[in-house]
Design a protein around this ligand. Sequence first.
Ligand SMILES: [Zn+2]
Length: 409
Amino acid sequence: MNPRCRFCGAQLQEVFADLGMSPIANRYLTPEQQNTMEPFYPLRAYVCGSCFLVQLEEFETPDEIFSDYAYFSSYSSSWLEHSRRYVEAMIERFGLDGQSTVVELASNDGYLLQYFRERDVPVLGIEPAANVAEVARERGVPTVAEFFGEPLARRLVKESAADLLLGNNVLAHVPDLNDFVAGMKVLLKPGGVITMEFPHLMRLIDENQFDTIYHEHFSYFSFLTARRVFAAHGLKLFDVEELPTHGGSLRIYGAHDDDAGKPETEAARELAERERQAGYEDIATYRAYASGVQEAKRSILTFLIDIKRQGGSIAGYGAPAKGNTMLNFCGVGTDFLDYTVDLNPNKQGHFLPGSHIPIYAPDHLRETRPDVVLILPWNLREEIMEQHAYIRDWDGRFAARSPEMRLLD
Ligand SMILES: [Zn+2]
């Protein structure tokens, strides 16, 4: 029995990418858990033949996946800077002030809303992971620790109807997409603006970013498909920006579909047309993707095998979800990577799911002097190479997917 499309309900027949069996990518293991059973689920992305939404099936409830989420946004300096600039731009463009309300969905530890607070714009965060929401409250960002959808929006709308309703890297993580977007329609003030950022499917396909597919990431959007989803809930996407973040993201701007003050911009028209020309409403475009994923696996393994055969040692840098997809899909464990390092103290002392590669603090690189440091969050490679340039002291070299796996200089 095939699953059904989480947007339009059509039966899903077409496999977009099959990455084999994989554990939940953000489920880092404690030393004790290393000797216990670990659930693996198929990591298989489908594309809907009716609406072209690329998507995964759900195997666990969102509670199980997200309740103690280890990701704290504040640990990436480039992401903080991205957020700060976003806040400045929104205050300017939409004239937000002390009378406005800004609501963020999946507000994490309040890293973004803190910049609105500094400018005295009232904020409300919504963050289902209770431990993360608590950190946000401690820094003075009021936060509701619940899953967002239409029922919560109806409860909040009286007190907290949003002039700006934003969600960065949440739309892809929402299991009940229709309930989520319906909730945004409810919570948005007349004349209000929605902005959301999510990885752009066009970049995933063009640069073979198969490792951005993982179980917590349910949906993969083109602009055309996102527009269709919002339109079904009485919202229009009137503007869009293409951003370099997360390997290439879209920032969409939404409004009530009857909001005459927000006409479609040239950027929105142009991107929709570019996607149409590139075949994003043709199933053949999606069918062609699967073979490139298999070839990427072979070339990654060839790269790692060559280093090991020459006697080189390899350490990882970072412990992101995309690293776990790549390592598990390719079957790479401590036979290739001795360990990985991560700045996030919540991950240090743990092991990567599936591959059981240990995670240390970055200092471990200086102590062990690996020949090659494989950067797993390839989207942050420039920043990481700059911060850890000292590996050149022992002739260490960086490697990352870019988009092929290769040594970097
Ligand atoms: Zn569909």
